[in-house]
Design a binder for this molecule. Structure first.
Ligand code: MRU
Length: 351
């Protein structure tokens, strides 16, 4: 299958090119970026999106900013670099991968600050490329563990897009689906449309269809009927931040799907790399939920407003699923079962 290039650093590391995900599925368009403000805006506006892809993009963005500032003196270079990292970090609050990648780039800069600036910038480019490569490998391993949870003929429901478009490679929630296909298992994916920005309809259905994986797109309020009709054997979703007790933030609507899955006795899994696990956040109550432009609900995708402009709108971009609803967390280091507070610490305390 021909995958689109989600995030790519230019050979001279002076710009980063992204697939503009706000234009999918009807237009495959790319944007080449290098200025701090446009890099920030690309994350904010979801031109690049999905927790792992945001992390990889942020690392490349910092490499580009470094490479374009090699004429600065060492002290000024480091101060500017750290300020730009802090600025990018303000673009979106919920996915921990953003601050994780920026932190890693800042640490690399600090560790090599005695080098001449062009060499320091080169170290930063290499670090960003390493983050990208590690992310791809983590997604592949998540797929290998996750596919052990899938059986021949299974129906799998997913929410939002935690596919390769969100991760640069196999994806997280979709990784076991791609692996199942490679193994010759027959599965059917049910893709929630994911109001208000339609990542499920526009992106997940699109990428799975293009990959030849059977997929049916449903509105969010149809999840219950397909579960009740026995079409769903498990739910697999991505995650933006997993707290120490196993509560996790993911796209708005995820927690409702988890509640439905429990009602119908269907296993519910979240899948994510270690860069999404945040043991410094004790529980879901401590996760900051991004609030977005209310017009995304009422008018953004419609020819005419579907809600009168004067009516108040509420648009949280994520919700938190309680760990009690979660069957297991699939990571690149293995499948984590309850008690999550104990078992997450065992695998990830030293990372
Ligand atoms: O707002 P988005 O489109 O960036 O939200 C994406 C999600 O919520 C994904 O499910 C999550 O980032 C996991 S991606 C592997």
């Amino acid at each position: 299958m021909q995958k689109l290039n989600v995030v790519r650093l230019a050979d001279d590391a002076r710009s980063v090119t992204i697939l503009d995900q706000t234009r999918l599925p009807n237009h495959e368009e790319y944007l080449t970026l290098k200025e701090p403000q446009e890099l920030w805006q690309a994350i904010k506006s979801l031109q690049v999106r999905g927790a792992p892809a945001i992390g990889v993009f942020a690392a490349y963005a910092m490499a580009v900013l470094a490479e374009n500032e090699t004429d600065l003196g060492p002290a000024e270079f480091l101060t500017t670099f750290n300020e730009q990292a802090d600025y990018l970090n303000t673009s979106r609050p919920t996915a921990v991968n953003l601050s994780w990648a920026l932190q890693r780039m800042k640490k690399t800069a600090a560790a090599h600050q005695d080098l001449p600036v062009p060499e320091l910038a080169q170290c930063l480019v290499e670090e960003a490329r390493a983050i990208d490569a590690e992310n791809r490998e983590m997604c592949r391993k998540i797929g290998e563990y996750g596919v052990t949870l899938i059986h021949e003929g299974d129906g799998i429901l997913t929410h939002c897009n935690a596919g390769y478009l969100a991760c640069v490679d196999y994806g997280t929630a979709t990784a076991p689906m791609y692996m199942a296909q490679e193994k010759g298992l027959h599965i059917h994916v049910w893709s929630d449309e994911t109001r208000p920005l339609l990542q499920g309809a526009r992106l997940t259905s699109y990428e799975l269809y293009k990959a030849g994986i059977p997929v049916t797109s449903i509105c969010d309020n149809m999840a219950s009927i397909v579960m009740k009709q026995g079409k769903i054997q498990c739910v697999m979703v991505g995650c933006d931040r997993i707290a120490a007790n196993g509560d996790f933030a993911n796209k708005i609507g995820t927690s409702g799907v988890a509640i439905l899955a429990e009602h119908y006795g269907i296993p519910f899994y979240t899948l994510g790399p270690s860069s999404t696990i945040d043991l410094s956040t004790p529980s879901g109550d401590d996760i900051r939920i991004e609030m977005r432009d209310p017009e995304e609900i009422g008018s953004m995708w419609y020819k005419e407003p579907m809600i009168l402009p004067e009516i108040e709108k509420f648009n949280p971009a994520f919700d938190v699923t309680d760990h009690s609803l979660l069957t297991a967390i699939v990571t690149e280091k293995g499948i984590v079962y309850p008690p999550f507070d104990v078992n997450l610490k065992k695998l990830f305390a030293n990372q």
